[in-house]
Design a protein around this ligand. Sequence first.
Ligand code: FAD
Length: 645
Amino acid sequence: DNVAWSELPVERVYDYFAQATSLESVLRAFGELKAKLGVEELRGLELFGALREKLCTQKTWKARDALQLLEKRANQQEYMGQKAAEGVKVLIVGGGPVGLRLAIDCLLLGCDVRVIEKRPSFSRNNVLHLWPFTIEDLRQLGAKKFCGKFCAGAIDHICIRSLQCILLKISLLLGLSFHAGVEFLQVLEPNADTGWRAKLNPSDHFLNQFEFDVLVGADGRRSTVPGFDRKELRGKLALAITANFVNYFTREEVAVDEISGVAFIFNQKFFKELKADTGIDLENIVYYKDDTHYFVMTAKKYSLLKKGVLVADLPDTRDLLHPSNINKEELYEYAVDAAGWSTELPQLDFALNHYDEPDVALFDFTSIFQAEYAARALKRRGRDLILCVVGDALLEPFWPTGTGLGRGFLSAQDTAWMIRGLGQGRNMSELLCEREVISQQLPQTTPEKLQNNIKTYTINPFTRYCNLQLRKLPVQSVKHLYDTDTIGTSPALQRGSFKMKSSAGSSSSNKENRAPTPSSLSSPSIPVPSLSPSRRPLAEGSVNLAYYSEPANKMSLPNPSVLLQWANTHIHGYGIRVNDLTTSWSDGLALCALIHGFHPELFPNSPSSHRLIQSSTTDEHSPLPRRVSEYLRSSGRRRWKLLIK
Ligand code: FAD
């Protein structure tokens, strides 16, 4: 606030920007820089272009160096000169490291990107271990230009706040619109006048009107982007403590060695002595030196109870770790004792968190969550929306393995690849299939399992993963991920299966592959009786979130007798009758007859390849439907049952 911005030459303003270490100061200095250059109104590629033009001078050599690195990255062929996904509008929820990393690729693809972050500041001191490829990736993007000590020497970690600042600076130079203090609440379906939008807090924020094609949940482990079922991976009870202490950067502190991951099984003597001396019983401990002295350790429950950190031994972990069951003073002492004994740091003063309290936390990581799929798509009123999750929202890491950021960056690049495919007009089911194949690699991926040449990684997954299989996927496996209000199956989903493309350009420029719009669908749509309210396109307002996860049998159905009558009319002639809404469907024949009536092409080798049922002309004794029902019966009930499942 005390800087006299108007008096500073542009190179000094840029210095402030490059050296800023908080969200507020980065945004402030960048605003001043744009004002100084007269480019306040520009964003996206226009801004990037203007900055390159105005900042690539002798005087502003620091800016020039950073921008030249970005230009080099922008020239990667995958981005197709920023035309690869030109015009695709992307809303990224979450300005954590992974959301920001994805924003960078989206900008380079030519997308119109907005990032919203609910927190007003970057406040996390915790230090993350980085995989070699993430270090290389960040170096290539110019991380060192914004943080001189970035991974200097053998250092392979960085605190989250610094990483967010670096990524934010890079993305701002590329033209990102970043909005702090804005929270995603809900996705809103299109209506007659607008496309897909989001309901945000604050409700009067102008981004409430932003229409987008892709919504990305980069909002961490408690993702709020709807429609992603999550599976829980439960291990044995694991309670972790993180603690940050002020780093005064004294000679004594510099001399203290880091502990880059000691687990009980590898160094039993260390932990036994710690226990004997202090009564603290740990399973593992990590100590990194960064802006703070950062410790993370897994403590045994009995030792937390014995030390009075936990007041009572409660069976439910939520109760166990409820603030009312934690004695904060004892927790601080536990952290200080463990840190002091392990490192002999001369002075341990707590760094403060964003509540201005000692930055110490006790949390449970017994369960980690994984989204069931990485992407899905919705079509309403002819408008497609891709929803994706990345980073912790997709796959929460088990912290001691230090996999969060490595896999998070991979998921961001994989998602960028999918968005590129969308920009290239690739078929939606093909994109969803490909995304699933790639995301299935993620939980097993370690640095050793990636391609060796980390310098040549791009958003093309084949440059990064070693064993990406060009295998065929049954279309059924993604059918449930493309939810359309166009009743009937799109031809794209009927084709059976597809083969993934291996090279960056092979499928890319095929605009004919564009997913069909409802009007271009050649299949007839099934006229059904009135739909339940939850399935009707909403004229205005929010998506019915229950719709995503509610099992079909919970959805309200039309009057049963109307449905029975409708079904019997349409299977008239097949020699099959529907008497009720339960047992009549159990062998699958009635449903198959119904489907066959509208989509005979779904039944290979069935007696008819054209539409059979014209209820006005079909009579009970018509031989063709009879032959079809014989065919259905002879094909085996088990098969139809499976098909229906
Ligand atoms: P986050 O960093 O969680 O960011 C999500 C962002 O979304 C947040 O800024 C949040 O405010 C915002 N947000 C949430 N909801 C909304 C909303 N509705 N609207 C708008 N914004 C929203 N990983 C490693 O790689 N190495 C390590 O050594 C390591 N150690 C760890 C130690 C501990 C103790 C813990 C807990 C984690 C550790 N991790 C580690 C994991 C690492 O922190 C995460 O993997 C990484 O931060 C994930 O980044 P992200 O961007 O996906 O999510």
